[in-house]
Design a protein around this ligand. Structure first.
Ligand code: HEM
Length: 449
């Protein structure tokens, strides 16, 4: 297979020969390749020629504006990479078109500000319980990824499922969804291979989706039997209607739940892990966050109002997601021939929007590798291009869980920092997978304050 990057009109497409691509991947891995492409392109469009698959990499905020906002109808999610993911997440909220729209309408109310407020008590109880449990492990190294996944699942269980998932099954569901996601990597990397041709990952994918069904189907059956009146997501989906005006089927509800898991749980747990890495590695930031937590929360119980009052902590969360853009790639497909900034985009092309590189463009982020939460003062945010920062996407598919994540993350940071001093037990480096995640498990040591 060849892998080159083509030159194009007005030098707006960048060209890297195959040797350099392969060399860079060998030397520095896929993330090194991405960093190298970013340095070379500096916001211009890059076309990767990977034989039958020739995606464009798009990073400049003006180009993102074109794809996600002004010409969004011509750039649906139909990209080849999505069709692999669609085997897991279905055609509802993880898809496109009328069925996506119907699911989005239902879930939008589910994640409204009012809803967030109404379930904040449950969220706080889950977080406080999880932090209490961590106290028993103080002094020993803990795996941040594992522990943050546990906290996130404890938060999500009442919110998504009205606590209908039996003990232990939440963990099993999370693991099965993660396995299914991981086993799609081959199909996503080689989307041109027909599904009839067996590929690595197919078997674990089947096993994992069977497990997901084994866990979710009884939950749905129970929820239908109970005729529940709850505010959880399962109940909302059961009460909502699909594109045909009919109630959603169990298949559709399962797909939306799995899509929410895929979109929300793993990304949140990884982002929370990066938050600890970033805070602990920057002593000045750590001190400021801790001082803010002490001033705002003190010794009393966590409250929802704290989320708004933890202003510096919120700036830190934003800077973490700038540097560590967990959702580093957002694919789209061009349905028509188009021209973006002088570059011809043929119909059928895959475009990979790359927030990771957008967040490193010097034009918008001076000294981009420096960790500096003060980039997110209100004045600085207002002065910046609105699409220069998009860890949660933008346009019609913008993340539904953004406010949920910010509430959850601020409460977790506050809940932990008022109880513990947090230290890192070893070095940490990022790696590029479907998400931007730590290469090795991140070990934290908690010391009671
Ligand atoms: C740090 C955590 C998170 C990150 C980085 C993240 C990132 C993203 C991104 C980049 C998209 C846009 C995808 C696209 O344009 O095709 C997205 C969509 C979405 N996210 Fe998140 N997300 C996070 C947390 C969450 C949470 C906690 C939830 C739910 C509880 C959630 C639910 C969704 C949903 C449902 C969509 C699809 C929206 C649509 O297509 O209409 N996300 N997310």
């Amino acid at each position: 297979m060849t892998a080159t990057v083509e030159a194009g009109p007005a030098d707006r497409l960048h060209s890297v020969p195959l040797r350099r691509v392969v060399g860079q991947v060998r030397r520095a891995g896929p993330l090194g390749l991405l960093d190298g492409l970013g340095d070379r392109a500096r916001g211009q469009i890059v076309r990767l020629n990977l034989g039958p698959f020739r995606p464009f990499l798009v990073t400049h905020p003006d180009h993102l504006q074109h794809i996600l906002r002004t010409h969004a109808a011509d750039y649906p999610r139909g990209a080849a990479m999505w069709s692999a993911l669609g085997r897991l997440t279905g055609k509802g909220i993880g898809g496109e078109g009328a069925q996506w729209h119907a699911s989005r309408e239902i879930l939008q109310t589910a994640f409204s500000a009012g809803y967030l407020k109404s379930m904040s008590g449950q969220m706080i109880d889950s977080i406080t319980g999880a932090v209490d449990d961590l106290a028993a492990r103080a002094g020993q190294p803990i795996d941040a990824g594992v522990e943050m996944t546990r906290v996130v699942q404890r938060v999500v269980d009442p919110v998504f499922f009205g606590s209908l998932i039996p003990d232990g099954e939440g963990d099993r569901l999370g693991e099965a969804v993660a396995t299914a996601m991981g086993s799609l990597l081959w199909r996503m990397a080689m989307p041109f291979v027909p599904h009839a041709v067996p590929m690595p990952g197919d078997r674990p994918f089947k096993r994992a989706t069977r497990t997901v069904n084994e866990i979710l189907r009884p939950v749905l059956a129970q929820a239908r039997k109970d005729q529940r009146d709850g505010a959880d997501i399962v109940t909302k989906l059961m009460r909502g209607t699909g594109a045909d005006g009919q109630p959603l089927t169990d298949d559709q509800i399962c797909e939306d739940i799995v899509a929410l898991f895929v979109a929300g749980s793993e990304s949140s747990a990884i982002a929370l892990t990066w938050i600890w890495v970033s805070i602990v590695q920057h002593a000045d930031v750590y001190e400021r966050v801790r001082a803010e937590v002490d001033a705002v929360v003190g010794d009393g119980p966590l409250r929802r109002e704290h989320v708004r009052e933890l202003t510096y902590t919120q700036m830190v969360l934003r800077e973490v997601l700038r540097i560590y853009s967990v959702g580093w790639a957002v694919p789209r497909m061009a349905t028509k021939d188009d021209v973006i900034d002088g570059v011809e985009i043929p119909a059928g092309s895959t475009l990979v929007i790359t927030p990771y590189l957008t967040h490193r463009l010097e034009e918008f982020w001076p000294d981009p590798l420096k960790f500096d939460p003060d980039r997110f003062t209100r004045e600085q945010v207002r002065a910046r291009h609105p699409l220069a920062y998009m860890p949660f996407g933008n346009g019609a598919h913008q993340c539904l869980g953004e406010a949920f994540f910010h509430q959850e993350a601020a409460l977790i940071v506050a809940g932990m920092l008022r109880r513990f001093d947090v230290a890192l037990a070893g070095p940490v480096a990022p790696k590029l997978s479907l998400t931007l995640q730590p290469r090795e498990p991140v070990e934290l040591v908690l010391t009671p304050r």
